[in-house]
Design a protein around this ligand. Structure first.
Ligand SMILES: [Zn+2]
Length: 340
């Protein structure tokens, strides 16, 4: 195939929307679209909708047909049983347990499909075209702080899947013994403190403590609800001390998780992505403080300026691709496995 006609399709499957993108061999986006993910309609119905959307997308490009598509990559919420290439038990996708997503999408589209977890897809994107590329390193860990906490680990140029495809699930590492009950069945998981849900829980706790001001209470008790973005804006205001403290608490919990990760793996690069990474300046100082306090390995490997890239020093930084990472990483999947 000519390079401009050697295309891949990336799919980023999320609880609310599914993004589909057509990319050329240089990862230049050719066309993309987003459809609502009708989780409750079931996985078969969603696969049929994705398949029709792909046909529509190709038709809209004129002159591009399935024979120009090297393959489809799909990033799905984890855990995924990659040994059997089926979905695991997905707390936010009732009725999707053990669904053979790869096989079903291959049958519907007639194209080869590579299935990966969404966090691994984002890690691949940052490794190939984001922070990882800038650093020149072939090993890195990426965390995505969103509704939950996802994590992906690239080891010497390959995704580390573990035995069952669930390796490095840092979101479910215990940070607080007997802490908040997590959807996975354990208590005190990092996800309960360093996700958007966790941040809102922390903020409510601060609002009702001696640090709670009238303005913070008003925000957390708003009948229409509040978001991490609302809290970040409030944190910048004159009355925002409580909100800043909530972000610092998140940074502290995240830092403890990262300290354990660094002491275990000693990775050269750690990238923090997902929606919350946009509030880096609000939580990063507390995060670095906790990492320094809890990781002996990091105290020996930290750069002189904590968030700068220095040779042979642990580099921890925010993601560079933003919310596009999942889609770009998915589009890269068919090239990782079929490239000569
Ligand atoms: Zn958990």
């Amino acid at each position: 195939l000519e390079p401009e006609l050697d295309l891949t399709i990336g799919i980023d499957l999320e609880g609310t929307s599914t993004r589909i993108g057509l990319f050329d061999a240089k990862l230049v986006p050719i066309a993309s679209c987003a459809i609502a993910t009708r989780v409750l309609a079931g996985p078969e119905a969603c696969v049929a909708e994705i398949s029709s959307e792909i046909i529509r997308l190709l038709e809209s490009c004129g002159g591009i047909s399935k024979r120009h598509i090297r393959g489809i990559g799909i990033g799905s919420p984890g855990p995924i049983d990659l040994q059997m290439e089926v979905l695991g038990v997905l707390p936010n996708f009732p009725g999707w347990d053990s669904f053979p997503l790869k096989q079903s999408l291959e049958t519907a589209t007639g194209l080869p499909v590579v299935l990966e977890s969404d966090a691994n897809a984002a890690a691949i994107a940052e490794w190939k075209v984001g922070v990882g590329k800038q650093s020149g390193e072939n090993s890195l860990v990426m965390l995505t702080l969103g509704t939950g906490v996802g994590s992906g680990f690239i080891l010497n140029g390959k995704v580390w899947h573990g035995k069952f495809g669930m390796g490095v699930e840092l979101g479910h590492a215990t940070i607080v013994p007997d802490g908040l009950a997590c959807g996975c069945g354990s208590k005190g998981c990092l996800e309960m403190y360093a996700s958007s849900k966790g941040l809102l829980t922390i903020a409510r706790g601060v609002a009702h403590s001696e640090l709670g001001t009238f303005h913070l209470k008003e925000l957390v008790e708003r009948p229409s609800g509040f978001t991490p973005e609302d809290l970040a804006i409030f944190a910048q205001s004159a009355h925002g001390a409580g909100a800043r403290f909530a972000y610092e608490m998140l940074g502290k919990f995240l830092g403890i998780g990262l300290a354990n990760l660094i002491s275990t793996l000693d990775p050269p690069v750690i990238i923090i992505g997902g929606g919350l990474a946009g509030s880096w300046s609000l939580f990063a100082p507390a995060m670095f403080e906790a990492i320094l306090e809890h990781s002996f390995v990091y105290r020996l490997s930290a750069p002189s300026q904590i968030d700068t890239l220095e040779p042979n020093r642990t580099f921890i930084c925010p993601a560079s691709l933003g919310c596009a990472a999942g889609l770009i990483g998915a589009a890269l999947l068919p090239r990782l496995t079929t490239a000569p």
